[in-house]
Design a binder for this molecule. Structure first.
Ligand SMILES: Nc1ncnc2c1ncn2[C@@H]1O[C@H](COP(=O)(O)OP(=O)(O)OP(=O)(O)O)[C@@H](O)[C@H]1O
Length: 256
């Protein structure tokens, strides 16, 4: 069963067609990669899936039901998104940033603690414990109490991933997870992403946009290729790598 299905999605910005009749389904428990050259429409597709851009045409279903994503309700729906870059609150500590990721899905927690509401302390401690456990798993527990803005970029990326995971999403949208990372940071990220769908504690499907082909080919079960707003190929990483349309999109080689 597909967790998320987008059908015939079109987006126009004035006269510019950013997406034209794009369809794909993210089967439950899989990793789907969306790739394509600059300006192909990847970010626009992500923005449609997370409600930041309203499609001009087409529809989305989530777990079989019609779905009209709203950024402020995604976490409640079981969907979490990381941003290009990191998007952390620079003056909050790393662990506070992770706790913020859960705040919109809980009645209590960081918000009530900050506002000194009844029960806030207990809920805050519980949430902090969960955040620290997740940070431990991602190898960043040792920086929990440091200001996020002072941390090296690769560490900030991991904190941002922990923030996306703490709400226990059923669908994780990763916007360029390898962006700005060096070769030495890639392997742990590959292992983390590959493990997410099968994670006994918090299994989730993953859709990612990424320029880093090595990561895409290693972690994805299926790859969707966009070019000039249209889906020009879709399939397993091996199928997509062998596709003449993909060579044409990236290299300007015209398929025979
Ligand atoms: N808000 C907007 N208003 C007008 N045009 C836009 C807007 N957002 C994107 N576009 C245009 O839509 C097209 C698709 O852009 P998009 O950012 O989705 O591509 P992309 O594949 O994510 O590119 P990149 O890999 O460079 O991030 C581009 O021509 C872009 O200039």
């Amino acid at each position: 069963m597909a967790d998320l299905a987008v059908t015939d999605i079109g987006v126009k910005f004035g006269g510019l067609v950013a997406l034209e009749s794009v369809s794909f389904a993210a089967p439950r428990g899989t990793v789907t990669g969306v790739i394509g050259p600059n300006g192909a429409g990847k970010t626009t597709l992500f923005n449609v899936m997370s409600g930041f851009v309203k499609p001009t045409s087409g529809s989305i279903t989530w777990r079989g039901q019609p779905f009209h994503p709203r950024p402020d309700q995604l976490v409640r729906e079981g969907i979490s998104r990381t941003l290009q870059g990191v998007g952390l609150f620079a003056r909050l500590t790393a662990v506070e940033n992770v706790m913020v990721g859960a705040a919109s899905s809980r009645q209590t927690g960081l918000g009530s603690a900050l506002l000194a509401l009844p029960g806030g302390d207990r809920a805050d401690r519980k949430l902090r414990g969960e955040a620290l456990a997740l940070m431990e798993r991602l190898g960043v527990a040792d920086v929990a109490d440091r200001c996020a803005g002072d941390l090296p970029y690769p560490i900030q990326k991991r904190v941002a991933m922990a923030r996306a995971l703490i709400s226990r999403p059923r669908l994780l949208l990763l916007d360029e997870p390898a962006g700005g990372l060096g070769a030495e940071d890639l392997e742990p990220l590959v292992q983390l992403i590959k493990g997410l769908p099968a994670d006994a504690d918090r299994p989730c499907s993953v859709v990612l946009v990424e320029h880093h082909m090595d990561l895409v080919m290693r972690v994805c079960d299926q790859v969707v290729v966009l070019d000039f707003g249209r889906c020009v190929a879709a399939g397993t990483p091996a199928e997509v790598q062998a596709s003449p349309e993909v060579a044409a999109a990236y290299l300007g080689v015209v398929p025979e």
